[in-house]
Write a protein that binds this ligand. Structure first.
Ligand SMILES: Cc1cc2nc3c(=O)[nH]c(=O)nc-3n(C[C@H](O)[C@H](O)[C@H](O)COP(=O)(O)OP(=O)(O)OC[C@H]3O[C@@H](n4cnc5c(N)ncnc54)[C@H](O)[C@@H]3O)c2cc1C
Length: 506
């Protein structure tokens, strides 16, 4: 490849990989597997893993802290004997990541009066969901206009209206996974996103409790091609400008250093791209910027509390709370004190998403803690609940290397809209959770996309691209978009290698 560094003062490399999360590390591995070892990985943080992020929290009886995950926590959809396996599950086993099956049937339901059994509504939702799935499949195969998941649910007979028990159940079944409401989410791609993970691999979600942190998995992968203190990994380095053209890419960092590369792969989150913290030279073309602004960056906030005792049922994993007035007000509480997780830890955590996350993340720790304590006292009116010994929550909406948690597809999106999020501009490539059409929001989405970008670039550098027909060379981009997605476009070219019609059948 003809390549003239813009600035001879810049460090030269063949491939600059921007970000050391799952996608960045997997892209580097794909290059290494093809004997391309001249790359540099540039990472904002002092460690690798990105949104696989953990923190010390609370205390064990010996005074040492627990490790809890602020970001990704589950391996979602594992795999079955003889069937395809989620690559994250393959690596979780390889690197002995401690995990435990999350039993979503282990749930008790509450409202402002305390325990109140409305769990049968979960089955009612499930029935409507099945009908909605069929309708979504029809829309997809007939190339009809996408709807909101709200319309999909209503047409399937599920209308929660002012029923706050139903709203809590719906939140647990939809928002808790997608981090957006059914009103805000695409019906077709909300359904395919679920099916392709949970019907293709398996319905299981395993919760990681590894006290090294879940990113031990990424470190395991990286150890196969990076030496300890490898000079190709530039930690604590913040990219501020990316200049690209048909001959190469120059990356400038906050510390004034720069890198000149033949190719670059940008794995920054959709939130980072939307927040204008990295400038592009020239400005990204309209079709690219439109895709960046079209897709949604959700927020998923875990709020951790440690108490002196486990005053909730120690054998139950989930506790669902229906606020009498506000949908999504601390609805799901998850015990870590339960056998198989961190028994005896007396840790429980609540989850908020979307607009509630935004609200909570803007207020003080004290105000948030007071809200959580008031909810717990409603849920368990017969218990004396002391103040927590430890309390913590991350503010994902403002984290400068992420700006949110993971992406979602809004109502009315097409595969062409999304393909433009994936597509390269000249020598600058993009990969990550959000560029995955089939597994957006998941770790395995980031893994597949990182690998594909690495393979494509390896192919362009004269190696054999092992990504198969339609998955090599430059990405297809659509300067003119169509309003719907013809079935023929569900193909490798648009990041859709697996059939859309996985049904429950594992
Ligand atoms: C709260 C939360 C819960 C989640 N739960 C799950 C789950 O249970 N299961 C699941 O499968 N997935 C889950 N996810 C999603 C999963 O974490 C992501 O899909 C995945 O980690 C994304 O990997 P990535 O490589 O695409 O991006 P990232 O991990 O974001 O990697 C990008 C890297 O780029 C770096 N970077 C950003 N800006 C700059 C800059 N300017 N200069 C240099 N470096 C920069 C970042 O520091 C980061 O390391 C969750 C995410 C969050 C936040």
């Amino acid at each position: 490849a003809v390549f003239e560094p813009r600035d001879s003062k810049c460090q030269k490399t063949t491939v600059a990989i921007l970000g050391a999360g799952v996608a960045g590390i997997t892209a580097a591995q794909a290059l290494s597997n093809q004997s391309i070892t001249d790359f540099l990985i540039v990472e904002y943080n002092g460690d690798i893993g990105g949104r696989m992020a953990h923190k010390n929290f609370g205390k064990k009886s010996d005074g040492s802290p627990y490790v809890v995950e602020l970001g990704a926590n589950w391996v979602q959809g594992l795999g079955t004997d003889g069937g395809p396996e989620n690559p994250i599950w393959t690596f979780a086993k390889k690197y002995n990541i401690s995990n435990e099956y999350s039993n979503y049937s282990s749930i008790l339901t509450y409202d402002q009066t305390g325990y109140n059994d409305y769990a049968s509504l979960i089955d009612d939702f499930g029935n409507a969901y099945s009908t909605m799935e069929q309708n979504a499949g029809y829309i997809l195969s007939e190339n009809l206009q996408d709807q909101s998941a709200r319309a999909g649910l209503a047409l399937a007979g599920w209308k929660p209206k002012q029923d706050m028990h139903k709203q809590a159940v719906e939140w647990w079944q939809w928002d808790w996974e997608l981090s957006y409401t059914p009103d805000e989410s695409s019906l077709v791609f909300g359904i395919t996103g679920y099916n392709l993970t949970f019907y293709q691999y398996s319905g299981a979600n395993n919760f990681v409790i590894d006290q090294r942190g879940f990113n031990a998995l990424v470190k395991g992968i990286a150890s196969t091609f990076l030496k300890p203190n490898d000079s190709r990994l530039l930690l604590n380095t913040i990219v501020t400008n990316i200049a690209y053209n048909k001959n190469g890419v120059t990356v400038t960092n906050a510390d004034g250093s720069c890198i000149s590369a033949a190719y670059a792969i940008c794995t920054f989150s959709l939130g980072v791209l939307q927040n204008d913290v990295v400038t592009f030279e020239p400005a990204l073309p309209d079709w690219k910027q439109t895709a960046i602004e079209t897709f949604q960056m959700g927020t998923y906030t875990k709020l951790f509390l440690q108490f002196d005792e486990t005053f909730w049922d120690p054998d139950t994993q989930f506790f669902l709370y229906a606020s009498p007035t506000v949908r999504g007000y601390y609805p799901v509480w998850q015990s870590l004190s339960t056998p198989g997780f961190l028994p005896g830890s007396n840790i429980i955590f609540a989850t908020a998403v979307g607009h509630e996350s935004y609200r909570i993340e803007k207020q003080s720790d004290e105000d948030t803690k007071a809200e959580l304590m008031a909810v717990l006292r409603e849920m368990f009116p017969d218990k004396h609940i002391p103040e927590p010994k430890a309390f913590m929550f991350p503010r994902w909406t403002t984290i400068p290397w992420s700006y949110g948690s993971y992406s979602n597809w809004p109502v009315g999106t097409t595969l062409e809209d999304h393909q433009n999020l994936r597509a390269n501009v000249d020598r600058l490539f993009f990969a990550g959770e959000a560029t995955s059409a089939e597994y957006f929001g998941f770790l395995h989405g980031a893994w597949f996309e990182g690998r594909e970008a690495g393979e494509r670039i390896a192919g362009m550098l004269g190696k054999v691209c092992k990504n198969g027909d339609g998955g090599c060379g430059e990405y297809k981009a659509y300067e003119t978009l169509h309003g719907t997605t013809p079935e023929s476009e569900y193909s490798v070219v648009n990041g859709w290698p697996v059939s859309s019609f996985y049904d429950i059948g594992f």
